[in-house]
Design a protein. Sequence first.
Length: 253
Amino acid sequence: MRDEGSHSVPLYYNDIVPDGNAQRQPLVLCLDTSMSMADAPIDMLNKALQEWVVQLRSDINLTNSVEVALVTFGGQRVCTWKGTTVLADAADPNAFVAAHSFSAPHLQASGVTLMTEALRTAVDLVTARKTMLREAGHLYYRPQICLITDGQPTDGQGHLTDDWRQVVPLLADQQQKKKFRLFAIGVGGISPRGEEVLRAIAPKYYARLQGFPFRQVLQMMSASAGAQDKGDGEEIYEKIFARFTTQRSAWNG
């Protein structure tokens, strides 16, 4: 059995191959929906998500392999979504929806930025999903988590906090062991302090971007999810990410 560091060969647990011989590609979007995202930013995010749904359903490669779960952090709590439904258990592995039937919720912006809790939730969700897939005898590629935020982590009262540092060792260990691939995208002119957080949690795949290029971010995630079977190892992901961060206009077409 290949370990999770294998880039071009999926994990095989037995002869069961789901969904027309397609191995599973778990993808978690971890989205900031705090008050700073109100008005135009959240409108743009909702529009980008709806466009992405269409893209997922129309791309045969993504449709047959990608499964999506959403984690949002805003209001006064972290929420895990199964399509348009908020789940009672934030780490419920059933949160993942196949790309061909995925629908995005209409998100609203309010409250605080519980980024640390959201990251822990995303990791727990991925871990639970991998366990479920293994027990069902399914194949999977290394899961991917994409954090998108315009701010800095706060506590439940909205005060800036350094509690995110507590999760850095866990994220570093899990990424080093290739348990998942983490992308951290700062938008809306995120501050240098916010960039420090992104750099710490995702040293290889972080970006600080001006504006709110949600559409391009989601297209980049689709390209990354679709790259699993190209056989070029980690280099293909580095190339995709470098192209995104340096030539974002190229993702408009």
